[in-house]
Design a protein around this ligand. Structure first.
Ligand code: SF4
Length: 234
């Protein structure tokens, strides 16, 4: 485990991520809390890009649970068949839409327990919906946040729940609302899994990762110099 970052370093870490991207957003396209919930459910083990591609023609026509039920499972499966695990996801989206209509008046509940009771909705999806749709300062730990938190010494933990609990403790209040997106975008574009872009990383001096990538390794791996680090702003 890397050495923990100090309080002052954590503050500086988020100040720099904020400076580079003051208003981070989810990269999933959505039009309301319901389409956000569906998009996040569809994004499990799939890229945001692949989900956006499939929902671009779906959401303009189908943006409520009632309309989703009217569409039906077979047509939904057909509309999202380019996304991995689409059959199971179509089944879950129809089932969760039915529960929203029957138990929540067709609305997405602003409640973690009620969200996690929906088919196919786990802790991560509930956290994203609470954060993005309702502005709650939750942090959904995905593979990117898990990696960044462990590598840097920000909030090391052996599993996603341990990392989430640690982040809850160490992220300063001023950065809580957007911490989720800053960390995801940092992990997706800079602190990537195989060859993190350490030479141009804005938090390099604060990060505790022992095996930081060297400039020569990036050149050898043919990472374009101009795209080395854009912190979620392609
Ligand atoms: S210095 Fe490297 S390992 Fe550390 S946060 Fe930046 S990209 Fe990740």
């Amino acid at each position: 485990m890397p050495k923990l970052m100090t309080r002052a370093e954590i503050d500086e870490f988020f100040a720099r991520l904020k400076k580079h991207n003051p208003s981070p957003r989810t990269e999933l396209e959505y039009t309301n809390p319901y389409t956000l919930l569906v998009a996040v459910a569809l994004s499990a083990q799939a890229t945001d890009k692949s989900v956006n591609k499939a929902t671009a023609s779906l959401f303009p026509k189908v943006d409520t649970p009632e309309k989703m039920l009217a569409l039906g499972e077979a047509k939904l499966a057909d509309a999202i068949k380019t996304i991995g695990l689409y059959r199971g996801k179509a089944k879950n989206v129809i089932a969760l839409s039915r529960i929203l209509v029957e138990q929540h008046g067709g609305e997405v509940p602003r409640d973690r327990e009620a969200l996690q009771a929906l088919p196919g909705v786990g802790r991560k999806t509930a956290n994203v919906v609470l954060n993005v749709a309702f502005g709650e300062p939750t942090i959904a730990v995905d593979t990117h946040i898990f990696r960044v938190s462990n590598r840097t010494g920000l909030a090391p933990g052996k599993d996603v729940v341990a990392v989430e609990e640690k982040l809850e403790k160490v992220v300063p209040d001023a950065y809580r609302l957007h911490a989720h997106h800053w960390l995801i975008l940092h992990g997706r574009y800079t602190c990537v899994a195989r060859k993190p872009l350490c030479p141009t990383c804005v938090v390099r001096d604060l990060c505790r990762f022992k095996e930081k990538t060297k400039e020569a390794e990036l050149v050898k791996a043919r990472v374009p110099v101009s795209k080395k680090s854009h912190h979620g702003r392609p």
